[in-house]
Design a binder for this molecule. Structure first.
Ligand code: CA
Ligand code: CA
Length: 371
């Protein structure tokens, strides 16, 4: 019985290590007024550098970061919208794929966090004080996967109902030890944590985008739209792999994919970027702080913002979290609607799952300094 209780407790705690710790703040509040625009979006000449394979150039522009006034799904942490100026940069046209990540691992013998032995002494630092140590049989390498068999939920605030800690789940075995990525070279890599993404970036001479860079890329040639394809919510299913039906119990898959999809399965945005909405969440370099925007000086555009000075999430105070963007194949309008450009959630630096990956960016100075 004690074992069973511990198991349940650990399942909850393991989840607390990972995702959606900020979901309880999904309630709307009165939106603060954004400051008046001080500058117009401007076109910059495309970099004269040769564009790296698999990337596109995002031009410098000044735009509204955060939730737009007309966004009915906007959450407090996305407000107020504020003007930012972001320099031009290159960004991957797709989420990093299994093929790309495999090349990194083969070159470096890197072992992802989900594949490593769990160090309880380290883990407990990220849990509430006096959390009892789970049985060793539970403290095994693994990751979080969506529970595809969930058929009823009693409280949407209790996300532990549709998440399962899966021993043996990692990027090579996305659904657990029996699963493989054979034949899935062009699927996004998953079960990679922020720290794993950083290691990939270091090897590839890339870095993670800031949240502002990510939003600039998601806007593309559009001007301050809610979605990466524009403002028409009815175009969601044609443009992104998300969830249709009743989340999390009934997935009607009208968009063509029940769960994860190969990259480029949906149309690109206006500058040729795929899956900026949906498929897998994408990690950014910014700390996740629910109060970051509300404390900004928005009297003039902020140039190349790099996010909050530190992380802050009252629902997950013991962990360092970073911002992830774009939502995933699990996103539904009834549950945070994270397929919007301004939407965000926090994820701890050492946690991955089967619906989170990343894409990388590069600036001209990074590419020339490597010559
Ligand atoms: Ca889908
Ligand atoms: Ca995505």
């Amino acid at each position: 019985m004690y074992q069973q209780r511990l198991t349940k407790q650990f399942a909850y705690l393991a989840f607390a290590l990972v995702l959606f710790s900020s979901v309880s703040s999904c309630k709307n509040e009165d939106q603060k007024k954004s400051s008046e625009p001080k500058t117009e979006a401007k076109a910059e000449p495309t970099s004269k550098m040769e564009t790296p394979e698999g990337m596109v150039w995002v031009e410098e522009k000044t735009f509204l970061q955060g939730a737009k006034d007309s966004d009915q799904y906007a959450m407090p942490r996305e407000k107020p919208a504020h003007w930012v100026t972001v320099d031009g940069f290159f960004i991957d046209i797709t989420e990093v794929t299994n093929k790309q990540f495999k090349a990194f691992v083969e070159a470096t013998n890197y072992i992802t966090i989900a594949e490593r032995e769990i160090d309880w002494e380290e883990m407990k630092k990220e849990l509430p004080p006096n959390t009892p140590k789970p049985h060793d049989s539970i403290l095994q390498p693994g990751s979080l996967i969506f529970n595809k068999d969930v058929n009823a939920v009693v409280n949407m605030e209790n996300y532990g109902q549709w998440w399962t800690w899966k021993t043996g789940a990692n990027w090579r075995h996305p659904d657990g030890p029996e699963s493989t990525i054979e034949g899935k070279d062009d699927y996004p890599v998953v079960h990679v944590a922020y720290q794993d993404a950083l290691a990939y970036c270091e090897w590839a001479n890339r870095r993670l985008p800031t949240e502002a860079e990510w939003e600039s890329a998601a806007q593309g040639k559009n001007t301050n739209t809610i979605f990466t394809w524009g403002n028409d919510a009815a175009k969601l299913d044609a443009n992104a792999n998300t969830w249709q039906g009743v989340f999390p119990t009934k997935n009607e898959s009208q968009d063509g994919f029940e769960f994860i999809s190969p990259v480029k399965s949906y149309p690109p945005n206006s500058i040729g970027l795929y899956d900026m909405a949906g498929n897998v969440w994408e990690i950014t370099s910014d700390f996740f702080s629910v109060k970051y925007y509300s404390e900004l000086d928005t009297s003039k555009p902020i140039v190349n913002p790099k996010g909050a000075a530190t992380h802050f999430n009252p629902n997950n105070p013991y962990q360092v979290e970073h911002v992830m963007k774009g939502g995933s194949f699990l996103c539904h309008a009834s549950y945070c609607a994270s397929f919007r450009i301004s939407a965000k959630m926090g994820v701890s630096v050492d946690s991955g799952s089967d619906h989170m990956g990343f894409r990388t960016v590069a600036t001209p100075d990074m590419l020339t300094s490597k010559e």
